[in-house]
Write a protein that binds this ligand. Sequence first.
Ligand code: NAP
Length: 284
Amino acid sequence: MEILKGAGTSARLKEDVRKMLDTLGGRIPKLAIIRVGVRPDDVSYERSAVKKLESFGLQAETFSYDQDISDQDFKREFKRINEDKDIDGILLLRPLPKQICEKDLEAMIDPEKDLDGISPVNVAKVFAGDDSGFAPCTTEAVVEVLKQNQISITGKRVVIVGRSMVVGKPLSMLLLKENATVTICHTRTKDLKGICREAEILVAAAGKARMLDEEYVAQDAVVVDVGINVDENGNLCGDVDFDSIREKASIATPVPGGVGAVTTAVLAKHLVQSCVKKFGACTE
Ligand code: NAP
């Protein structure tokens, strides 16, 4: 089995970002990362995103708020950031505390700054196959990993385990646009093993540590693991039991170091694209 790390795809995206930056006449795109509370996952993601964006020649500013901030106060802050002309993109770390209405924020966010595809405008574009908006970064990372590694998608039987609005559903649309034949599975799916074993490309996005072992994988399948979980020993792992599929899969992405590594690179690409849309034409 070939282990497909995300670093190569990330490096190629960095090159794309560099070329787009050259068209901006010295303007450095800026991302606002908005965090409420101090969940360790959010803090560590925020730290690594800032580092990665800086390594891509971009800027990131973090805005952090108290876990108990009221809905009204948070929306006032969010509106200020949303309207700030110096900010080209927004990443809202979720889930938010329950007193804050996420649906309202999805409707408020400027679609041009919504780099992770949460606004109804961007969701609709993904479902309409219109690539002028932003898809969720992780879903685009999956497609980038496949395409950049010359794994053909057209006509392939793809099975996605997971139907969330963050990964499963939008990813199914992106892969459909690439002419795959897509099946989406979830907790009520009957014969999950049998369906997964039909997949030429199997995408795991269930959020269940190592739930998919070799019994779910067809001989020579390509396996893309989107899951990020912490196992019983406190180690990071995916949804796929990586060791057990070694003799079955032809190619598989590891966790960590697979899709996750590409997700932030896609975020960087979206940030510079957002800026190019606004200012690129001025320098042409
Ligand atoms: P989620 O909202 O919890 O959705 C999980 C989906 O998987 C649901 O549709 C659920 O089905 C399905 N599922 C769960 N257990 C299952 C089982 N035993 N059999 C079949 N289907 C099952 O999670 P998410 O936000 O989509 O994230 C999924 C995973 O991706 C998580 O591990 C998350 O940490 C990771 N993630 C990674 C990145 C990245 O950058 N790599 C980004 C985002 C998320 P039901 O709908 O029936 O409940």
